[in-house]
Structures are given as C-alpha cells and as structure tokens.
Design a protein around this ligand. Structure first.
Ligand code: KG4
Ligand code: ZN
Length: 337
C-alpha cells in the first residue's frame, strides 16, 4: 500500500489530497479563490500567491485530518511543479519541500497536465494506447499516449485555450469570471439564432479560438449598430456549439486515425455538460472505444489528480531533490525529446 500526500497550487485553487495506491481518494480539499478573483474579472497572479500563502497549511492539515492519516503513514509528497503561475506554484513547491525535509519523505514533482489526464484513474484503470483531450483555462491539447507515462502532443491551440475563450466571451457578454460554468448554464436556454464562423487550422488536430471570440465581439457591434438587442443566451449557445462541435470533430478524427483503446478528457472545460453530451454521442457506435470523463470536481484543479499522476511517477522512481524549483513553463515528460 502506498499513500501519497499531494499538493496543487498552480493557479487559483489551493489544494491538498491523500491518495492511496494512485486511485483511492482518502481526502481531497480544494480551497478556491474564485470569489476574490471574480471581483477583478480574472485571476490576479499577485493576489493568487498571497492567498495560497494564507491557505496552504490549513488545507494540508484539513486533508490529513479528513483522511485520518498521520505523516508517519505517508510514503511521499507529490506536488505540481508546473506549468502555471510562478508565484502560485512557488507556494506549493515550498510547502512540499518543507514537509518532505521535515518528515524525511521522497519528493515527487508532477506536471499539472499529467495530473489532469490521470484524474481519469479515479473512474477506471487506464488502457493504452490512449488519446487524451486536455482542455483548461491555459491549455487545449490532444495527447497521444502509446503507453503509461508516455506523452506526445499531436494537436494544440494556435492562440487562446478553450477555457480562456469561454472566459473572454463571458466577459464580453458581461457574465463575469469564470466564464465556463455560466455559459454552460445559460446556453441551455439559447436557441439557434446567431451564426459564427467555424475555427480553421492547417494541421487537422490543432485548435484556434481567438477568431471565434473576435467574431462574437464583431457580431455584438453589428447588432448594436442595427439597434437590435443582444440575446445573451442565444449568443452563448452559438459560441458554445461552434467551439465544442469543431473540437469534438477534430478529436474524433484523431481517434479514427490513431485507434486508441480509450479516450479520456481532462481539465476544467471537461466539466461542461454539453461537451459531455456531445462526446458520448460521438463515441456511440465506435466499437470497443471506451470514453472516460472524470467527475466534475476532478475536472477543475484539485490535488487528488496530482496524487494519481504522482503515484505513477513514484512507481517509476521519478523523484525530485531539494534543488528543484517551480517551473512555470514546464513541458510534459517526453515533449522535448
Ligand atoms: O483546469 P482548470 O480548473 O484550471 C486550469 O488549469 O486552467 O480550468 C479552468 C477553466 C476556466 O477557463 C473555466 O472557465 C473552465 O475551465 N470551465 C468550464 C466549465 N467549468 C470550468 N468551461 C466550460 N464549461 C464548464 N462547465
Ligand atoms: Zn488545470
């Protein structure tokens, strides 16, 4: 039996979890800063790191208490080394190093994106070869995994990440931050009314969302010039359908070409209810292909997923030492080979 204490602080969530054997969640505490950042219309990095400093020890203590585990029973400290906001990451890295030093535990540095992929381990055992669609506020990536811990990015965004596009469109519509959950909700009342251009890229598996965001802005300006009121739900619907349908189509084309056993989703946008529906529809009738999407609370940032990925790194003996520091631009393992 292996118990890992995992820490995540790459953006605006301070989180700690205790994970048994990489897939059993003994506790998972997430302290969100969303209420604070909402006041500014987005994440303010300096504010984020200050709140992480205030919360990190509370969150770690809560996670240990809720799991009923003492530090003696912990086998290693997994933590997010990158990518993310430097100041935010720094707080988690220092906390992990301090605990590891104090209690003589091995340090396991984890890439945040690997965490989003391994959040699927809480649903089922992962089967390889596997395709992962990583969709968050900072990333839009199609990752091909021939084997465990073997990551190859076959498609990425040319400009904005999809979550970033949700957040920007939400701001344009005056719906606040974060944009994903509110657009998800109001698009349900929207009707097909506005037409937006489908994003195009030269590489079939790459993505682009900035043109779509600009098209939303231009549509509003055109309608306002004509004196027409903007129906926010209809525009949210048009944006969401255009963005998601093109993303699902590209993903399924990649699946047809690469023939994985499993397709998994990860990242905050994987919490989207319409995307979940579209993905299930697209995978119906795809033979033996198994689709997994993590439960909503493990799609958005959390430390449990860092514990799941950290367990694989632990098994492979991929430990860090006390000289390591936060790596805001960290690449996925194998990406630069
Ligand atoms: O993975 P995450 O929590 O943080 C990053 O690593 O970026 O993702 C946050 C992103 C935000 O852009 C947020 O608007 C989006 O995920 N998001 C959603 C939904 N819930 C969160 N996007 C679409 N639909 C949702 N229901
Ligand atoms: Zn994330």
């Amino acid at each position: 039996m292996t118990i890992l204490l995992a820490i995540e602080s790459s953006c605006d969530e301070t989180a700690c979890a205790l994970i048994k054997d990489g897939h059993e969640i003994l506790s998972s505490i997430v302290s969100s800063q969303i209420d604070t950042h909402t006041l500014y219309g987005g994440v303010v990095p300096e504010v984020a790191s200050r709140i992480h400093v205030e919360n990190i020890s509370l969150v770690i203590n809560d996670a240990l208490k809720q799991a009923g585990i003492t530090m003696d029973e912990v086998d290693g400290i997994a933590f997010t080394q990158g990518p993310g906001l430097i100041g935010s990451l720094h707080v988690g890295v220092q906390a992990a190093k301090t605990i590891a030093w104090l209690y003589h535990k091995p340090l396991i540095p984890v890439n945040h994106l690997c965490g989003h992929i391994y959040a699927n381990r809480f649903v089922d055992e992962l089967k390889f070869p596997m395709m992962a669609l990583l969709i968050s506020g900072g990333h839009t990536e199609l990752v091909w995994m021939k084997n465990e811990w073997d990551f190859k990015i076959i498609g990425t965004t040319w400009d904005d990440a999809i979550g970033e596009a949700y957040d920007k469109v939400s701001r344009i519509l005056g719906l606040g931050y974060p944009g994903g959950p509110v657009i998800d909700r109001i698009a349900k009342e929207g009707k097909p009314h506005y037409i937006l251009p489908v994003p195009k890229t030269a590489n079939p598996y790459d993505f682009s969302f900035s043109g779509l965001k600009t098209a939303v802005l231009q549509l509003i300006q055109r309608e306002e010039k004509k004196g027409n009121p903007i129906i926010k739900a209809d525009l949210a619907y048009a944006f969401q359908e255009t963005a998601l349908q093109s993303m699902v189509k590209k993903t399924m084309n990649a699946v047809k070409e690469y023939q994985p056993k499993m397709l998994v989703l990860g990242g905050g946008v994987a919490a989207n209810s319409r995307l979940r529906e579209l993905m299930h529809e697209a995978c119906d009738g795809m033979g033996d292909l198994q689709l997994i999407i993590p439960p909503m609370k493990y799609c958005t940032d959390n430390a449990a997923m860092i514990g799941a990925a950290g367990y694989v790194a632990y098994q492979h003996g991929m430990f860090g030492d006390f000289s390591l520091s936060a790596d805001p631009g960290m690449e996925m393992p194998g990406e630069n080979e």
